[in-house]
Design a protein around this ligand. Structure first.
Ligand code: NAD
Length: 462
């Protein structure tokens, strides 16, 4: 499959696609079964690779990578036959006798570019959808998680059909080179800055694409909720993956009457989850590289001047940190944090909280802890985010039945479950007519009588 050392020969993949190999239901399901075998048989190797990249624990890898992916494959295999079925539509009288339906067709050769923070999930979840929809695929894992990238490359080579699927390893230059190729669909997960570049590259070939980007996801906590449960859920979601999650709560907006109790509960939850010294916890990951470590350390020191004493550059360790008394205009509120720092801002009225959220870009997710249905409805209606989770965290993204994706600056397009199958296939309309009758009415010359009959038909039978 290799054209030169790094870039695959897309023409060879396209040849496989054109031969119709990947269209077949049995080919699709066999590839999904093989991918599941890879995830199960290599579970320990995968956990070790992810741990080597940023000390993420085997438990977190099971929860957020391999376990999630096996569930996605099971869900896809269960529904694939029905997703592939042509959908019949009822057609108006003037098209009869005839039959109308649409099918979901694979695009062809798709390219999937993943981010490093869920290095297995973000490459293989789109791949599941791409294979289910009958495509050939080139997968480019992130170079920032090199151990996982290598494991994915070796694993997919051994388990999947090499005529149709290949992995390209490498950094920015390889990625750019790859995007010079003409793909039939692009699926990118990463930052807004690179997302823009990917979109430029796609425009050159008029390639349709999905962008899964980031943003600042808010979490609102109202008074009169169980603040202990809210705190545990927020702390879990924020510090999972060392805070390096696109849908983790970037900041908390808490009602002023609930602030003290929420903060106390969050601090207790941190101590409970990670012990008195989170650096020693086997469950607390590290920052992915020095660049991001320095960026986060600066944000921390700008917020708490003594905060730098608690970090460890050698280990790229930043402790789970709650920042109290933050104001919307503070520096930490100006861009996505993407690390274990959690600013908390208090508000007096839900309108204030919504105003703060409304002033920023549209994030991927919004979280709300409230037991008041009116507040729940108002917050959902008056905000614009890719998804919402009420009274819990993150699960809106792991439920296979719910489409996952962003809006505005957090991206466009969705995947997971059926949404992923739809993303990697296009709708093709088919209208089947009979030869007869073939009335003269539709053909010129159009006399006044003909025109008036046509007008009648179009008005009442179209
Ligand atoms: P990134 O944009 O730096 O890199 C993503 C991928 O793009 C990598 O594979 C990289 O090699 C490649 N790349 C880098 N430069 C490129 C270029 N010029 N042209 C083409 N490809 C290029 O992102 P990252 O640091 O890996 O991930 C962090 C960001 O991703 C955060 O903003 C986070 O919120 C976002 N994210 C979004 C989701 C989501 O599902 N929406 C999931 C995870 C992460």
């Amino acid at each position: 499959m290799q054209k030169n050392q790094a870039i695959p020969d897309v023409a060879l993949l396209r040849e496989t696609f054109d031969r119709g190999i990947t269209h077949d239901f049995f080919w699709r399901s066999s590839q999904l079964h093989a991918l599941k075998s890879f995830l199960i048989e290599c579970e320990k190797d995968i956990a070790d690779a992810v741990y080597a990249d940023f000390r993420k624990s085997a438990a977190e890898t099971l929860l957020t990578e391999t376990g999630y992916l096996c569930g996605e494959i099971r869900h896809t295999l269960k529904h694939l036959k029905s997703w592939m079925k042509p959908q019949r539509v009822s057609i108006p009288l003037i098209y009869k006798p005839g039959r109308g339906y649409y099918t979901r067709e694979p695009y062809g050769v798709v390219c999937i570019i993943g981010a490093w923070n869920y290095p297995v999930n973000l490459c293989l979840a789109p791949l599941i959808s791409a294979l289910a929809a009958g495509n050939c695929a080139v997968v480019k894992p992130s170079e920032l998680a090199p151990n996982t990238s290598k494991l994915i490359a070796d694993g997919l080579r051994r388990y999947l059909d090499q005529r149709a699927i290949c992995v390209v390893e490498g950094g920015v230059e390889i990625s750019k080179k790859l995007l010079e190729e003409r793909f039939d669909y692009l699926f990118f997960t990463g930052s807004q800055k690179i997302g823009r570049e990917v979109m430029y590259a796609a425009a050159k070939h008029l390639t349709p694409l999905t962008l899964e980007l980031g943003g600042k996801c808010p979490c609102i906590v109202e008074e009169n909720v169980d603040l202990n449960v809210a705190a545990r859920r927020i702390v879990w979601a924020k510090f999972l993956n060392g805070g390096q999650t696109c849908i983790s709560p970037d900041y908390v907006l808490v009602h002023k009457h609930a602030e003290d109790e929420l903060l106390r509960n969050m601090r207790e939850a941190i101590a409970h989850f990670y012990g008195d010294d989170p650096k020693k916890s086997p469950d607390y990951p590290r920052i992915i590289n020095e660049h991001h470590f320095r960026r986060l350390e600066k944000l921390l020191v700008d917020s708490i001047p003594s905060g730098g004493n608690t970090t460890d550059q050698h280990e790229q360790y930043i402790p789970p940190t709650i920042l109290q008394g933050v104001r919307p205009e503070d520096k930490i509120m100006q861009s996505e944090i993407f690390g274990p720092l959690l600013p908390v801002i208090s508000y007096g009225d839900i309108r204030e909280a919504l105003d703060i959220i409304g002033k920023g870009d549209n994030p991927l997710a919004l979280y709300l802890f409230s037991s008041d249905p009116k507040v729940q409805q108002r917050v959902v209606r008056q905000s614009k985010t890719g998804g919402v989770c009420i009274n819990d965290m993150l699960f809106q993204a792991s439920c296979h039945m719910l489409p996952f994706g962003g809006i505005g600056n957090s991206g466009f397009g969705t995947y997971h479950g059926r949404a992923g199958f739809n993303t990697f296939s296009f709708q093709r309309s088919v209208l089947k007519r009979s030869f007869y009758p073939d009335p003269d009415l539709r053909y010129p010359p159009y006399s006044r009588v003909k025109l008036s009959i046509l007008k009648h038909l179009i008005t009442y039978f179209h």
